[in-house]
Structure formats: C-alpha cells, structure tokens
Ligand binder design. Sequence first.
Ligand code: B12
Ligand code: SF4
Length: 376
Amino acid sequence: MSLLLVDPAQRDGVPELYENLGIASLAASTRQAGYETETILTHLEGWSYRRLGREIADRDPDVLGVSLLSYNARRTLRLLRRLKRDGLRARIVVGGHFPTFNDEVLLREWPELEVVVRGEGDITLVELLRGWESAGDLEGVKGISFRAGGGIRRNEARPLTHDLDSLPWPVRDHTERILEMGGTLHMTRARGCYANCAFCSIASFYRAQGGPGWRRRSTDSVLGEMEELAARYPGVEMKFLDDQFIGPGRKGLEDTMSFARAIIDRRLEVPFSIFARADSVEPELFRVLKTAGLRSVFVGVESGSQNQLDSCGRTRDQVHHGAHLFRSLYRDARCEGEPLLSAGYPAALGSPGERPLHREPGHRLQGHTVPRSADV
Ligand code: B12
Ligand code: SF4
C-alpha cells in the first residue's frame, strides 16, 4: 500500500526551507511498519497549489495523508475536492492541529475526507493503514474520527506516546537539499508544553490525549541523533523545535543542565538554538547551555503590556527577568569575543482587547531588546 504525505504550502509558490518534522515522523513510523511512503513539502518545492494537484494526481497513491493548519486548511480542502472530482483514487486522511479540533465539521462538510486523525499520528496512522489494508473495521483504532452508520464516529483518544524513544527518528528525505539551499536543520528533544497560555493550541492538543503535556526523549537518543546529523552535515546549526526545550519546575532545570553537560562531555561542538519560556531562564543553566553550543533562544514575550500579558497568563516581571539575563549573557559573550547569544520576541497579535503598542500604558518591551535580536 503506497502512502503520500503532503505538507501544503504556506504561500503559493514561495519556497521555504525546512523539514517538517511532523511529516518526517509519520514517514519514519509508516516506513518502519513496511509501507512505501513518499513525502512532499510543497513550500520547499515552491509549487503553486495547481502544481501540487498535478503532482499528487501523477503519483496516484493508495492513501493521501495531508497535514493541515488553520491558515492553509480551506485552500487545501478545495484542492482535495477538485482532485477527487477529477478522479483521484486515493483514500484521504488529514491530521495536525486544525483537524484535531475540527474533526466533526470537516467530516460533515468535506465528504472527500475519509478519516481525521486527532493528536499525535505516529501510531494511529500505522494502525489506520493496517485497518484499511485488512479491510477490517476501524472501531479499534484510537484517535480517529470517521463516518459510520450515517453519522460521525469519534473513537476514543489515543493516549500520548510516553516513551518517545520508542518512535523511530524522523526521516531526512529533504534535509540535504534544504541545507544546500541555505535552510534550517530541525531537531526535537521534547514534545508538548506544561503551560496553558490562553491563545495557544498546544496545551489543548496534547491534553486531549490525556497528558502529561511535556515529554522528552532520553539524552542518549538525542545525542545519538545529533552525532549522526553532525557527521552528515558538519558545522550546521540545529534548531530544536520543542515548544519548551526546558521542562517544568526545578526538575526541568536540573534535567536540562545534565543534558547540556552531556553535550559538553561528548565534545559534540554543535551549535544549536531553542525555544524557552521567560520564567525558565536561569543564569547558571544558560551559561552551561551556551558552553554546550547554544547560540540562540526564542522567548515568547507576547506583549510589553501587563494588560495583554494577563490574558496570556504571563507577568511582565518574568519577561523582564529573561530579557535582563540575555542582555548580560550577550555582554559576557561580546567581552569574550565568542559567538553572540540573541533572543527573539514574537508577539501574540489579535488577542481580545488588544490595542496598538504605543497606546498601551507602561509598555517597556523595546527598552529590553537584546542587541542583534532577529525577531523584535
Ligand atoms: C516549528 C514550527 C514552525 C516552523 C516550521 C513549520 C513546520 N511545519 O515544520 C516555522 C517557523 C516555519 C513555522 C511556521 C508557521 N507556524 Co508553526 N509551529 C512550529 C511548531 C513549534 C513545531 C512543529 C513540529 O515540528 N512539531 C513536532 C511534530 C512531531 O508534531 P506535529 O507537527 O504536530 O505533527 C504530529 C501531529 O500533529 C500529527 N499530524 C500532523 N500532520 C498530520 C497529517 C496526517 C495525515 C496525520 C495522520 C497526522 C498528522 O502527527 C504528527 C506526528 O505525531 C508548532 C507547535 C507544535 N508543537 O507542533 C507550531 C505550529 C504548528 N505553528 C503554527 C502556526 C500558526 C504557524 C504559522 C501559520 C505562523 C505564521 N503566521 O506564519 C506558520 C505556518 C508555516 C507552515 N507551513 O507550517 C501553529 C498552528 C496552529 C493551527 N491551529 O493550525 C502551531 C501549532 C503553534 C501554535 N500553537 O500556535 N512553524
Ligand atoms: S508556553 Fe508557549 S507553547 Fe506553551 S502554552 Fe504558552 S505559548 Fe503555547
């Protein structure tokens, strides 16, 4: 049974250079289970939706798996409708954040879709393919929604995969080309997040599967993959995509400290970047991480005004604490003549009650901008 996994483009025809680790993880699990899986990253190819349609039709897979986000769902669904009208034979399954929360409406309004996978798809997709292959019923496949008996059936949620080491490492079908084109090398150490910011889908996504939100791979597994990638792509920076690289509480800090020390002990010398919450910024930990190869930290600040931070469940003190520390690390780094540490400040735009920043009372974010920050 052949499977084609597709990440639809962000914008028509604009190339973007990264491996989608959701697709790459699904490809790894299904190949390990013996399926013939091909992957298309539309954004990397720079294809239009029209061209994507032609490429899917030419490949004529038995099963087409599409990853949907809110921003590209409607456009992609219209393409799938057109492909089905034109005779596409493949069974279509969709997954990702948007389908997870919209399974019923998708199945009601888009008859082209056969199954929606909710939550993590690694094991679910393999079980679904086996179910289809054996023409058995799908009632026992946890984590899927599908049409049955004239209605929509929502099977029980699949519990999260607690042992992330049990999953195969993501495939790297496109990485070589991505790097040749100047793109980014993606990595993961953990999945999920322990926080619960009002505007973010992460907590609900993983808690719908029973939690705990944050899980990590063993240090041996991560270092093994880093070593292998470093041997294949020497000197390339690895970008950890984990929603929170640092786990919850004191244990999370200690655990990250041991990970950083393990990198130093193995003399990996791999530059890397991470995402972290401002309240997990602890000076000693970040000094050791920097020695281990940390080059960049992306901190979600969301806003400079307490008004807005309230709606996200954050305090400005946490944010300022983080910003101060990065400033001092930056200065240390500059004094030592080493590579600089920089921080990014994305903002949650469009929150209820939001006002232009210059009208916000007490807005002080810009005063804390770390020099050379890429995303302020
Ligand atoms: C790294 C990242 C990026 C990177 C790389 C994008 C990428 N797709 O690789 C960059 C910076 C480019 C980026 C951009 C954007 N991102 Co982003 N990104 C992430 C982040 C932090 C990690 C993605 C990841 O690799 N996860 C790890 C893998 C293993 O998990 P996964 O992707 O969820 O896949 C699993 C399941 O979802 C499921 N699954 C997924 N697809 C499919 C398909 C099938 C057929 C099946 C069966 C299962 C299945 O199985 C997978 C394996 O378990 C996520 C947050 C997160 N934790 O996922 C946000 C996230 C995906 N991004 C988000 C957004 C909004 C965007 C942008 C639209 C932002 C913008 N305004 O431009 C763009 C869209 C770009 C794009 N083409 O994807 C939102 C999506 C929310 C939504 N409702 O759709 C997320 C969830 C963050 C959030 N909570 O707000 N992003
Ligand atoms: S800390 Fe980040 S990933 Fe976690 S819930 Fe908040 S915004 Fe989402």
